[in-house]
Write a protein that binds this ligand. Structure first.
Ligand SMILES: Cc1cc2nc3c(=O)[nH]c(=O)nc-3n(C[C@H](O)[C@H](O)[C@H](O)COP(=O)(O)O)c2cc1C
Length: 239
């Protein structure tokens, strides 16, 4: 048997085993859920979007089907308007905004420095709910960042130093070695300094939409929009 034939035979066997072992991927067009949930009415909404967010956030945390209720999709865009999205964890929210922590040199960090406009999306599918925040991001103060950094487990503190987030690296080993070096330098009982390239972003909301899935795709969408002089206007959007 020629070498080429053997290679071709192997490839053919590989193709066949793929056909027989792998079930076809599910067809997303055939997936359909009816949302049997109570509606969202304007008269029941809280006076501020942050207060309303707090109510829904409590519902999400109390539902065991929502795995990480504080996980949100953060979308940014560069100076030319090219968008990018990723999941991050919400770490604080109050009337001043929504706070998450990241590497300032990461793609999102660089984009937010060029263009502070941002969108946050909380996908609470088991509740047939989503919350979409749009607003403007600004770095948290160093004291606030340091106070949060101190609450992180030692390993996560080292991880913030070990990873040059969003840069291309040669191998997994490089990353593990960087972590091991830091671990040797800062044993568990030693304080890890806050990395200068790491910290928080606070998103001051300009609009916050509360989306509740309803039957027949006639969902409820109520959006708070900040008024220029202060306070909020609430509007209902067509689903
Ligand atoms: C559930 C989950 C939570 C995450 N939380 C964070 C976070 O709080 N901060 C962060 O920088 N990255 C977090 N990540 C990683 C980001 O999704 C992303 O990979 C990383 O921040 C680099 O993004 P960028 O290259 O777009 O800047 C999380 C990922 C997942 C799946």
């Amino acid at each position: 048997m020629r070498q080429d034939d053997r290679v071709n035979d192997r490839e053919a066997a590989f193709d066949r085993s793929d056909d027989t072992v792998l079930a076809p991927a599910p067809d997303p067009a055939a997936m359909r859920r009816q949302y049997q949930t109570e509606g969202l009415v304007r008269s029941q909404l809280a006076g501020t979007p942050v207060e309303q967010f707090g109510r829904w956030f409590r519902d999400a945390t109390e539902n065991p089907a929502v795995f990480e209720p504080n996980a949100m999709v953060v979308s940014t865009a560069d100076a030319e308007g090219r968008p990018s999205s990723r999941t991050v964890l919400l770490k604080h929210f109050d009337d001043h905004g929504f706070v998450f922590y990241t590497n300032y040199g990461s793609r999102k960090g660089r984009e937010l420095t060029e263009n502070p406009h941002v969108s946050l999306l909380f996908p609470w599918y088991p509740l047939a709910r989503q919350v979409i925040v749009t607003g403007v991001a600004a770095r948290t103060g160093r004291d606030e960042t340091a106070a949060y950094f101190r609450t992180r487990p030692h390993g996560s503190q080292l991880g913030a130093w070990a990873s040059e987030q969003s840069t291309v690296i040669g191998s997994r080993e490089e990353l593990d070695q960087a972590f091991a070096d830091l671990d040797a330098r800062y044993p568990a009982d030693e304080q890890v300094p806050v990395p200068p390239h790491w910290g928080g972003f606070r998103v001051t909301p300009r609009s916050v939409e509360f989306w509740q899935g309803r039957t027949n795709r006639l969902h409820d969408r109520l959006r708070y929009v900040s008024r220029p002089g202060g306070g909020w206007r609430i509007e209902r959007l067509s689903p």
